[in-house]
Ligand binder design. Structure first.
Ligand code: 5GP
Length: 132
């Protein structure tokens, strides 16, 4: 079971922003920008491009809704998207609010993200998602 499956199962805590029957979105614990969110399929697949055609399409539609929520909750110009997957073997999309191109730099990390601020950001995005 991957660390993300344990999060989805509720065995490990997460700052959840959205969920449906197939996908789960939560804040990255080591964000590169405030609002940096991960979207994962509940079904465990390691490599993103091994996800089957139907599911990868549905995942993009779910990620689009999460990106819209991030954009309305977090001041930014656009929401960027990236797939890396070198660290956690459970396919995921990174959604990152961008003000400049440099904001999509995975070497950059938000300094000491406090639980209070993570909770605040999470609640804002979740509220925007639930508003539709
Ligand atoms: P990647 O696999 O795309 O290279 O990186 C994995 C991402 O997952 C990293 O940005 C890392 O901060 C995040 N991550 C790793 N473990 C956890 C975790 O337990 N909880 C959360 N919320 N994010 C995690």
């Amino acid at each position: 079971m991957t660390i993300f499956s344990r999060i989805i199962a509720g065995e490990l805590p997460s700052y959840k922003v959205a969920e449906d029957d197939k996908f789960y979105a939560f804040l990255d614990i080591n964000p590169i920008a405030w609002g940096h969110t991960l979207v994962v399929p509940k079904q465990e697949v390691d490599y993103f491009f091994d996800i089957d055609d139907r599911q990868i399409g549905e995942m993009m539609i779910f990620a689009k809704k999460v990106a819209e929520a991030i954009k309305s909750a977090i001041p930014c110009q656009k929401v960027g998207m990236a797939v890396l997957g070198l660290e956690v073997p459970h396919a995921h999309i990174h959604l990152v609010p961008l003000k400049t191109e440099g904001d999509m730099d995975f070497k950059h990390k938000v300094k000491d993200p406090s639980p209070e601020k993570m909770k605040e950001v999470c609640e804002k995005i979740a509220a925007a998602f639930n508003k539709g």
